[in-house]
Write a protein that binds this ligand. Structure first.
Ligand code: ADP
Ligand code: ADP
Ligand code: ZN
Length: 213
């Protein structure tokens, strides 16, 4: 089963993906996580990406398309995968369709997590992320058992550089202009599965698994 998790920054894609990995035993492919790992390593890719990420802009399509093309052909993706944060533009979606066609594969579901933008700012500015495993928490809505420490791996929690009010505002604008057209793109393919993303995290997980089963 190949799934895309679509939704604005802060919709809960990463939160749901981590739970879905356990449920379906297929990997989460987060282009954001892969780019942050490259930034941490200080690789040329990381240096190029950081400038865009810090401004709340998208990194070039060619960069993320290359990352995903390589990743989905790894052995652990043979039984399926969840794309989290990719595609984010129509050219990315077209490139994905092209590469899947070459691999005689396809996307089965596009889970579209819907949350109003007023709620997203508070979710993103209160998000705390694990430096080691990338899991996200929220200071109020999903606090870790011990402040500043990841429940899952014991790693240190930090606030991402782009989770401040100014950058969040740009990211939400970029979503509206560049990513929202994907709803029409995948509606035309009859793959959109809309999910109400407001409410209890476990309840939303129930809605998602219902759609996927
Ligand atoms: P995305 O990957 O779509 O950007 P995240 O999964 O990282 O979003 O969630 C953004 C923030 O909102 C995190 O701090 C997370 O803990 C919190 N969050 C996730 N789901 C919910 C929810 N249903 N209600 C309230 N807060 C949530
Ligand atoms: P969020 O959890 O808020 O949705 P991500 O971790 O997915 O954020 O992405 C963080 C940043 O990484 C984006 O603002 C963008 O700069 C870059 N990025 C991630 N995925 C993509 C993509 N598919 N295309 C272009 N840029 C991306
Ligand atoms: Zn962790």
């Amino acid at each position: 089963m190949n799934v895309i998790l679509l939704g604005p920054p802060g919709a809960g894609k990463g939160t749901q993906a981590k739970m879905l990995v356990e449920e379906y035993q297929i990997p989460q492919i987060s282009t954001g996580d892969i780019l942050r790992a490259a930034v941490k390593e200080g690789s040329p890719l990381g240096k190029e990406a950081k400038a865009c990420m810090d401004k709340g802009e998208l990194v070039p399509d060619s960069v993320v398309i290359g990352i995903v093309e390589e990743r989905i052909q790894q052995p652990d993706c043979a039984k399926g995968y969840m794309l989290d944060g990719f595609p984010r533009t129509v050219p990315q979606a077209e490139a994905l369709d092209g590469m899947l066609q070459n691999l005689s594969s396809q996307i089965d579901h596009v889970v579209s997590i819907e949350v109003a933008s007023e709620e997203l700012v508070g979710r993103l500015t209160g998000r705390r992320t694990c430096r080691d495993c990338g899991v996200g928490f929220h200071v109020m809505f999903d606090p870790p058992e011990q402040e500043g420490v990841c429940d899952k791996c014991g790693g240190e929690l930090y606030q991402r550089d782009d989770d401040n009010v100014e950058t969040v505002t740009s990211r939400l604008e970029v979503y509206e202009s560049q990513t929202l057209p994907l709803i029409d793109y995948y509606t035309a393919q009859e793959k959109i599965r809309p999910i109400d993303g407001v409410g209890d995290i476990k309840e939303i997980f129930g809605r998602v698994t219902q759609v996927l089963s």
